[in-house]
Design a protein around this ligand. Structure first.
Ligand code: LMR
Length: 396
């Protein structure tokens, strides 16, 4: 039966973890996967999470099946966070939100639903994008193309190219957009550019699918989520996948969501019924623990405040690492001006290093980044940054 099964290629991001774990180099540093580590190189357990878990332990509950769309209080908390408690769409019941298995799960529920709804639609992702976007939408059965995004020469966004790509897209095309902290480049559209993009999406009848995996890692929770307000105001139907992996440091709990904003409560109710079918036929219903933790934190004022504080600490530390990276690369002898690193947002820096340089960093020095040149700045710390910058200087 399996004689003809081909060995699949290693995942470009998570596959690096496997390689990293097997590497005996005592100096190795993992800047591959998008995970935040504290200054001691440890994965943090947020205090707000520990406090919510303590509360949950003190009042233990049996684990029945959750509703197909997840914990109701969690779905409401997601809506409030993403769209704002006062948003008319929330108040009118025009948003269908379901708990997802991480942000990836939210994307896949949306992709499967869209494939049924509009099987001939094309999907466009940014060039470049998170490696898994293409694979995920292709596995849902779509043909996936790209829209122009990154301008390597300018180290920024090819905005004219982006508008040209969207203008050329057929009506109904699904456009996957990064709501903030673009992965992998770290370059986000300005508010003015977002406005133009939203207008164009509307004029061309395109279907926006926002991936929001890093809310709070750019400029702040509200600032990073501001783009949602533009989409709400546009009156477009749109999709938002949410991930709490990073913002709650709950990677292994797989806590995410999908929200679909519709024209009416009636539309949203029918959409919800279809999302539930997708979930039921994939994994029946979601797990309890992580979503209960997030719901508890988001709906308990003191814990919510603590979360915001802890998220801000992570954000500030990443920014400090960006500044130090630029300084230390300069003092390590890198001639090229690397100051662009401080203009990028979120966990990643698109370093501009070539595939060959990234592979040398890995094989000669045990410094792991993605072949595209993406490095996770959130994994740098005061103990490993000198080593990392010295190694980058060597491959430059
Ligand atoms: C990343 O881009 O490194 C993260 O989103 C983790 C993942 O699942 O790829």
């Amino acid at each position: 039966l399996f004689a003809a099964v081909e060995m699949a290629p290693r995942d470009p991001i998570l596959g690096l973890n496997e390689q990293f774990n097997a590497d005996p180099n005592p100096n190795k540093v993992n800047l591959g996967v998008g995970v935040y580590y504290d200054d001691n190189g440890k994965l943090p357990l947020l205090k707000c999470v520990a406090a919510a878990e303590k509360q949950m332990l003190e009042a233990p509950k049996a684990r029945g099946y959750l509703p197909i769309d997840g914990i109701a209080a969690y779905d409401r908390a997601v809506q409030t966070l993403v769209f704002g408690a006062d948003s008319a769409a929330v108040k009118d019941g025009r948003i269908a939100t379901v708990q997802g298995i991480g942000g990836t799960g939210g994307l896949k529920i949306g992709a499967d639903f869209l494939k049924k709804l509009n099987p001939n639609a094309q999907v466009l992702i940014s060039d470049p994008s998170w490696e898994n976007h293409r694979a995920l939408f292709e596995s849902a059965g779509f043909t996936v193309g790209t829209y122009a995004y990154y301008d390597a020469a300018k180290r920024g966004i090819n905005f004219d190219g982006l508008l040209t790509s969207l203008n050329a897209a057929a009506a109904g095309t699904v456009v996957v957009l990064h709501a903030c902290c673009h992965n992998p480049t770290g370059y986000d559209l300005s508010a003015e550019q977002w406005k133009q993009v939203v207008e164009l999406l509307k004029a061309r009848s395109l279907v926006p699918f926002l991936d929001m995996a890093y809310q709070g890692f750019g400029e702040g929770i509200a600032e990073d989520g501001a783009v949602i307000g533009l989409f709400l105001a546009s009156g477009l139907d749109f999709f938002v996948s949410t991930s709490f992996s990073k913002s709650f440091s709950l990677y292994g709990e797989r806590v995410g969501a999908l929200s679909v904003v519709a024209q009416s409560k009636d539309d949203a109710d029918r959409v919800l019924s279809q999302l539930k079918r997708v979930i039921r036929t994939n994994y029946s219903n979601p797990p309890t623990h992580g979503a209960q933790v997030v719901a508890t934190v988001l709906t308990t004022p003191e814990l919510r405040q603590l979360w915001e504080q802890e998220l801000a600490e992570m954000r500030v530390r990443i920014k400090q690492m960006r500044g130090q990276l630029v300084e230390k690369l300069r003092s390590a002898g890198v001639k090229q001006d690397m100051s662009f690193v401080t203009t990028q947002k979120g966990m990643f820096s698109y370093s501009g290093l070539s595939k060959e340089q990234m592979q040398r960093l890995r094989s000669e020095f045990g410094v792991y980044g993605v072949d595209s040149g993406r490095i996770c700045v959130a994994a740098l710390n005061s103990k490993n940054i000198d080593y990392v910058t010295a190694c980058i200087a060597k491959v430059c």
